[in-house]
Design a binder for this molecule. Structure first.
Ligand SMILES: [Zn+2]
Length: 75
């Protein structure tokens, strides 16, 4: 995977995935529409970060040395 920030190539299992939703409408208008019961279209944006960038941008926290050895499923 290419890191979204610095463009570094990182293994898929090592890269950090950050998913968030972007609405195509303005926030205030979107809120009004939602209150009116309309379905506001939103798009899922998936970003991949290398470990350095993920830590730097506070997407993930630095784990203790021995914790890093453990393989955990990434979000
Ligand atoms: Zn990076």
């Amino acid at each position: 995977m290419h890191c979204n920030k610095c463009g570094r190539l990182v293994p898929r299992g090592k890269a950090k995935r950050v998913t968030h939703y972007v609405t195509l409408t303005d926030f205030a208008i979107g809120k009004e529409l939602r209150e009116a019961g309309a379905i506001v279209p939103r798009r899922q944006v998936t970003e991949w970060y290398c470990v350095s960038c993920a830590v730097h941008t506070h997407k993930v926290n630095i784990r203790p040395d021995d914790d890093r050895r453990k393989h955990t499923k990434i979000r």
